[in-house]
Design a protein around this ligand. Structure first.
Ligand SMILES: [Fe+2]
Ligand SMILES: [Fe+2]
Length: 290
């Protein structure tokens, strides 16, 4: 029995949903309930997705040769989901630019981080992807579990974030399973050491870069200095306090025997699907194209 077979829920299906958002209307500048800091945080995160998720796909696909059939199938579905996410966040970012934001500094930062990655061995990029996919999955869990995170947001923009969150949960084990496969001949200690060190590095970069990005966007809305820091701190750590809430799930990554599916949160997917069916635009499922 492979490691993947031990952890992955047997009934799990990873289903790309070819959704399109923002084709007709724009969410406007302060789309997140008129709140400068909330809009800035989500916009800063969205700016990373088109290039960041292309990097995830590249990093995982570098190890698809020789993967067992279930993993190979999962990698295809993961790729299709991430490619569609990149497309929709690219569109979302264009809308932010049309609303007057200058995303060039944030984009440049993403480019700089990716340039460092190009000089690293492929397995280090896979470990970076696995760490960031864990980050994404625990943020996605929060987003779907607690409606306060998107309270007051433009309805279509909120739907984009919920759709992305659902698919991040659905494919949260793929980069990890690819890593288990790619490092199957490593010792447990070496696996843990590389995984843990890269997670610490990715966490530092993620927090520093997204904070700087959010502050830059807040500056463009005229909020600077202590006011900006205080609003950001409050939103991330106090209310709705997403960083505070993901602390335990983040730390679980370092436990021996960790796997993203040790925490089975498929009930959030069921609830998402039920809500999407009742929505104006039902989720159209696509065949796996990758
Ligand atoms: Fe994604
Ligand atoms: Fe992902």
């Amino acid at each position: 029995m492979t490691d993947q077979a031990i952890h992955r829920p047997a009934a799990l299906t990873i289903t790309p949903r070819d959704r399109r958002f923002g084709a007709v209307s724009s969410p406007g500048r302060l789309w997140h309930g008129g709140r400068v800091e909330a809009t800035a945080i989500y916009n800063a995160l969205s700016t990373t997705f088109p290039k960041g998720e292309a990097f995830f796909v590249e990093s995982v696909r570098a190890f698809r040769d020789g993967a067992p059939p279930q993993l190979a199938e999962d990698i295809k579905a993961f790729t299709t989901q991430e490619v569609i996410h990149s497309r929709e966040h690219d569109r979302f970012n264009q809308r932010a630019e049309e609303a007057g934001y200058d995303l060039s500094k944030l984009d440049q930062r993403v480019e700089e981080r990716l340039a460092i990655g190009r000089g690293r061995p492929p397995v280090a990029n896979l470990a970076a992807t696995m760490a960031l996919e864990h980050f994404t999955a625990i943020l996605a869990h929060q987003l779907l579990a607690d409606p306060r995170h998107l309270e007051g947001a433009d309805a279509e923009a909120a739907e984009l974030w919920r759709w992305h969150a659902a698919e991040e949960i659905e494919h949260k084990g793929v980069a990890y399973d690819t890593w288990l496969h790619a490092t199957r001949h490593w010792t447990r200690w070496k696996r843990w050491k590389v995984k843990a060190l890269i997670m610490l590095l990715m966490t530092r970069n993620f927090v520093v870069d997204r904070t700087q990005g959010s502050l830059e966007l807040m500056r463009q809305d005229g909020v600077t200095g202590v006011r900006a820091w205080a609003a950001l701190f409050r939103y991330l750590w106090v209310w709705p306090g997403v960083f505070r809430k993901i602390g335990g799930a983040w730390a679980s990554y370092f436990l021996p025997g960790f796997h993203p599916w040790n925490h089975d949160d498929r009930h959030l997917l069921t609830a998402y699907e039920a809500a999407a069916k009742g929505g104006a635009e039902p989720a159209k499922k696509v065949r796996r194209a990758a």
